[in-house]
Design a protein around this ligand. Sequence first.
Ligand SMILES: Nc1ncnc2c1ncn2[C@@H]1O[C@H](COP(=O)(O)OP(=O)(O)OP(=O)(O)O)[C@@H](O)[C@H]1O
Ligand SMILES: Nc1ncnc2c1ncn2[C@@H]1O[C@H](COP(=O)(O)OP(=O)(O)OP(=O)(O)O)[C@@H](O)[C@H]1O
Ligand SMILES: [Mg+2]
Ligand SMILES: [Mg+2]
Lengths: 257, 257
Amino acid sequence: PAKIIAVANQKGGVGKTTTTINLSACLAQLGRRVLLVDLDPQANATSGLGLEKTVGASAYRPLLGEGTLADKICPTAFERLHIVPSEVDMCGAEIEIARAENHLRRLAALLEPVAAGDQFDVIMIDCPPSLGILTLNAFAASDYLLIPLQCEYYALEGISMSHKVLSQVRDNGVNPRLQLLGVVMTMFDGRTRLAAQVVEEVRQHFGDLVFDTVIPRAIRLAEAPSFGKPIIHYDKYSPGAAAYEVLAGELLQRLKP
Amino acid sequence: PAKIIAVANQKGGVGKTTTTINLSACLAQLGRRVLLVDLDPQANATSGLGLEKTVGASAYRPLLGEGTLADKICPTAFERLHIVPSEVDMCGAEIEIARAENHLRRLAALLEPVAAGDQFDVIMIDCPPSLGILTLNAFAASDYLLIPLQCEYYALEGISMSHKVLSQVRDNGVNPRLQLLGVVMTMFDGRTRLAAQVVEEVRQHFGDLVFDTVIPRAIRLAEAPSFGKPIIHYDKYSPGAAAYEVLAGELLQRLKP
Ligand SMILES: Nc1ncnc2c1ncn2[C@@H]1O[C@H](COP(=O)(O)OP(=O)(O)OP(=O)(O)O)[C@@H](O)[C@H]1O
Ligand SMILES: Nc1ncnc2c1ncn2[C@@H]1O[C@H](COP(=O)(O)OP(=O)(O)OP(=O)(O)O)[C@@H](O)[C@H]1O
Ligand SMILES: [Mg+2]
Ligand SMILES: [Mg+2]
């Protein structure tokens, strides 16, 4: 069965989508079969992998009880990497799901048959920048939580909130198996004191939970999505590509049974 | 009566809070009496102005019908600048407000007496990175919408969504007076081609609606919130401070009757 990893952080613009796309692509390159679920109405992971945003293509209708998630799985241009795309309709999803039955475990119920099958080794879920219904559904459906953390002041403030919600989801029985896989430092700019201070503070706070690999701020990472490609397919020898390749290796070490 | 401006963009990390804090501080320096309403559960504008996040201090209870907004207005350390702080409880607000009566105009009803009075000239609302209930309440309560737009690819993709929602709010009668005050380009990094491409594309799309002033990517802007100060009080002579001062002047030109 596949391991399910939610990539989440309430703080916006910290590199959730960039991390989900590039880790998924690197894991596929290492031979794992990966499904990326784009749960963000902005559909950045969908366009970042070169797909159009098509009405009706997302998990939206299945989350409201119409059809299965398997119907929505599409291939991408990249070997061993599939996606459940997002769409604009997902904006309305939060309110409609909030009013539905069993509103926190709807994604969990949809993903169970997909994860139980033999099609995928890893399922990565890209979450919107909030702790609303869609993100809580991702927490309820996942084995692990991965928190990208930008090396800046505001990002530091928000980390305790995500951690608190993880404990709540685990302790109130919504998903007792959810564990924090780790915290990934992103957009590290070696020229500033601020970045180094934030990394030090996070390591003091979270210790070994912080991945050794730090993702540098690198313009090629911001350019790649405009070509619909992960960094290893856009600029294979760039610092951003190297960092995500090393991170993928570190992630596999942590997933070992 | 005060003019009410919502600062919003569904995309995360584009500079909504940084723009709300620094424009508010510059307008106060220019002699305007400003109220900043922090509508984001992350409460970044609250801590960025040096206030603690205190339980019960936010607009949360008034939005659910308990008490007035006037009760929640606090002074800041900066002359002519007041704030309605945010708090963690605001996370739960979206679901509770969604179930309440008149759920889109609850903030509008709370702000009406404050704006009608003679205490403030400008009210700025910092929105969370979503188009959910809290942001829709801000749209319903405001005279103008200001959209900060990061000079990067994903930010470009999201701009049409905010514009679409603005038209919906105006045309379906929730708030017929809402206008787009403009689009502010943020985190412009002159060393990259990507930033210049994005600015050009936005100017083609939105023409005169794009402010002339472009906010540069400047590390001092990211450092200032860790000292609880707007940039003009943290590093008055920095490029970030100059850019927001010029932007404040341009904004006042656009607000002229
Ligand atoms: N290491 C990096 N170096 C440079 N730019 C980066 C890096 N990581 C991400 N970016 C860029 O920063 C912006 C924010 O990243 P991204 O969209 O991945 O964050 P996010 O957390 O998914 O945002 P949201 O909260 O809106 O979902 C994007 O324009 C992205 O291209
Ligand atoms: N012009 C700038 N130059 C450098 N850093 C900036 C600039 N503007 C904002 N920042 C930093 O970038 C990060 C994102 O900015 P900010 O938090 O204001 O965005 P936001 O849109 O309010 O985010 P959210 O979507 O989470 O509410 C912050 O760490 C902030 O300090
Ligand atoms: Mg994203
Ligand atoms: Mg903000």
